[in-house]
Design a protein around this ligand. Structure first.
Ligand code: ACO
Length: 274
């Protein structure tokens, strides 16, 4: 549809057995995020979000990087040269797809195969779950080239890890590997790179067995309640479940029936048969 083929190639994806494997695809540039990549990623997220053959989305990177953060040349220098309009436009495009991913219809998993810097913390936090290679390196390198961790990165650090870790990490510009990232809460688990994809596949397969309306309601609930008082959360969750009921009248009743009447499964040990 008239989009530059170079731009289209910045993101690769395949759909296999219910899982969309989406890759940042500028391996020669360590998958740093240019305005073109940001635009293409929004198109790809659009294309996949409501497809019936997609139940889980995995975000990963081609080559040695997950993402080396924002493209210092194309995202910063070249857009700044266009004045405030250029800067704000570039911000809108990158923050836009991260926000889209935070509230995505399907559960999302960051599969952090390598370098993850700066602006990469946006999509990292946007994904519901995250698994990293032990060999991966995470860094808020902004301080190393003279800016603050913007684009939400400072917020992500304080959301995911404690105050001292976040402060040390961003002031020192010192990287942590996948193992430390798991200890700090940046990711759920770290595994040797050669086992990373198998583990993520295993997690995705479990998610695919769950009620999709409940998955979306749950992922949104976990994000929303973080910022609420207890009472607001309690009320929000009542409303959210009632709204979910209008999308799924039978699923949860079936879930109760298979346990109480059929005795065909135990919710404490796995999902009901959809
Ligand atoms: N912006 C623009 N170009 C980049 C970026 C980036 N963030 N990261 C890598 N590249 C380019 C390099 O300039 C180089 O281009 P060239 O082949 O045309 O010379 C190519 O990608 C490969 O990079 P190397 O540095 O040669 O790769 P190496 O594997 O040795 O190192 C590393 C990888 C450590 C990720 C290094 O590229 C690096 O430090 N990148 C910058 C990381 C960073 O600080 N990102 C910004 C965070 S702050 C923010 O996002 C707001």
């Amino acid at each position: 549809d008239g989009v530059d083929p170079v731009e289209i190639e910045t993101v690769a994806y395949t759909v296999e057995d219910g899982v969309a494997w989406v890759s940042l695809n500028r391996p020669d540039k360590r998958n740093c995020m240019s305005p073109r990549l940001n635009r293409q990623m929004m198109r790809v997220l659009d294309e996949l979000e409501f497809r019936e053959d997609v139940g889980v989305l995995v975000l990963t990177g081609e080559g040695t990087a997950w993402t080396a953060g924002m493209d210092l040349k194309e995202y910063f220098r070249e857009t700044e040269a266009q004045g405030l309009k250029g800067t704000r436009g570039a911000q809108r495009e990158s923050y836009g797809w991260w926000r889209r991913l935070r509230w995505y219809q399907k559960p999302t998993i960051a599969m952090v195969n390598g370098w993850c810097f700066g602006g990469g913390y946006g999509p990292l936090f946007a994904c519901d779950l995250a698994f990293a290679a032990e060999e991966a390196q995470f860094g808020l390198s902004e301080i190393n080239w003279g800016i603050l961790p913007g684009g939400g990165a400072a917020k992500v650090a304080t959301e995911l890890t404690n105050f001292r870790n976040a402060m040390y990490h961003s002031l020192m510009g010192e990287n942590v590997d996948g193992r430390k990232a798991a200890e700090w809460g940046f990711v759920n688990e770290a595994l040797p790179l050669d086992r990373l994809k198998d583990r993520v596949t295993e997690v995705a397969k479990v998610l695919l067995t769950k009620n999709p309306v409940a998955l979306k309601a749950t992922k949104d609930a976990i994000r929303r309640v973080r910022e609420m008082t207890y009472d607001n959360a309690e009320d929000f969750l009542v409303r959210a479940q009632e709204a979910a009921n209008s999308f799924d009248n039978e699923g949860r009743k079936e879930g109760i029936k298979q346990f109480i009447d059929d005795k065909s499964y135990k919710p404490g040990l796995g999902a009901y048969d959809k």
